[in-house]
Design a protein around this ligand. Structure first.
Ligand code: PMV
Length: 323
């Protein structure tokens, strides 16, 4: 029986959230916490899924009923990815999938996107189909788009290509930025960001105040371009300043929150080069780039401000075969 194991990393948005949805650029880095996916072929024409991290246990679906009837939330990305892959490459036998993650799906590191990318990579490997990273990206982004609607696809790119990326125009431009792992610390707010709703609210603002919002997006684009250069020069002080500017623009888009602000100021006041929210905003994570010597101080400040500090390695490898 053929067995495949693949893994893909989580992601963190460094600069450019929200404007990236509207085809402006962003900078995203892949983080060391990975999602693992095991797959083997079975005789019956069904999909079997076990994903205990998202409460899916022995879920079964006939291949000819994929995406029909009720689908548990935790199975949605994998089932949609299987359907999209089988529509494209015609699978003629069933599969069993199990996943486990080094990070909680609560953390907003992109476990759903990583699971779609892993599913497509593993299906290609197990059926001996040659597939380029671009094709993995396209199918996984289609999966993401089918489920989420308006979204940039930056998290799919991080899971596929890994490293630190300059990402623009919903994936038309994906370029690696040759940089080392950043000294970065996360402050988890312990609250969930409802990304689709927040993206929708920003889109409404764009429609209502096009001049204001477009000029904010243009300014964020400028920060992203400068940020790319700052990373290439490994000028963390400048990168921190750019993060701080970006946080101001995100505040004016209405996606900041009191807890995110508390964590941002906790980090800045303890010596971070810069700090901002990362991702959709309102909840999820604050990120800070800081001198290594200040990390412990910042960790304590995040704790005291009501957050959960998470130390993380960035700039890691994209989707890969594990066996
Ligand atoms: O909430 P997250 O971590 O999935 O990040 C969302 C980032 C947005 O730019 C707001 C949305 C997107 O699709 O790029």
């Amino acid at each position: 029986m053929k067995k495949i194991k693949v893994s893909a990393p989580g992601k963190l948005m460094l600069l450019g959230e929200h404007s990236v949805v509207h085809k402006h650029p962003c900078i995203v880095t892949a983080v060391e916490q990975r999602l693992y996916l095991n797959m083997h072929i079975i005789k019956d024409d069904i999909l079997i899924l076990n994903a205990p991290d998202v409460k899916v246990k022995n879920y079964k679906k006939p291949f000819n009923k994929l995406l029909q009837n009720d689908i548990p939330k935790g199975a949605l990305y994998i089932e949609t990815a299987v359907k999209n892959f089988s529509d494209e490459y015609k699978i003629d036998t069933g599969i069993s999938i199990s996943t486990n993650s080094e990070f909680s799906s609560k953390l907003g590191f992109g476990s759903s996107s990583a699971s779609a990318v892993c599913t497509i990579k593993a299906l290609a490997e197990i059926f001996g189909i040659k597939i380029t990273p671009r094709q993995v990206f396209n199918l996984a982004y289609k999966t993401h788009f089918d489920i989420r609607g308006l979204s940039s696809g930056f998290d799919i790119a991080a899971a596929v290509y890994g490293k630190t990326l300059f990402y623009s125009k919903r994936g038309e431009i994906i370029k690696k930025i040759d940089v080392e792992s950043l000294p970065l610390i996360i402050g988890y707010t312990k609250t969930k960001a409802h990304t689709a709703d927040i993206v929708e609210k920003v889109a409404e603002k764009l429609e209502k105040y096009p001049n204001v919002v477009n000029s904010i997006f243009d300014s964020i684009s400028y920060l992203v371009q400068k940020g790319k250069k700052a990373l290439l020069d490994y000028d963390l002080k400048l990168f921190g300043d750019l993060m701080n500017f970006n946080q101001g623009y995100l505040e004016s888009l209405g996606v900041n929150s009191l807890i995110l602000s508390k964590l941002v100021y906790a980090a800045r006041n303890s010596g971070a080069f810069g700090a901002k929210l990362s991702g959709a905003g309102i909840g999820d994570n604050m990120i800070a780039v800081a001198p290594k010597s200040k990390m412990n101080q910042i960790e304590n400040a995040i704790l005291n401000a009501g957050g959960e500090p998470i130390k993380i390695k960035t700039n890691v490898e994209g989707v890969r075969l594990e066996n």
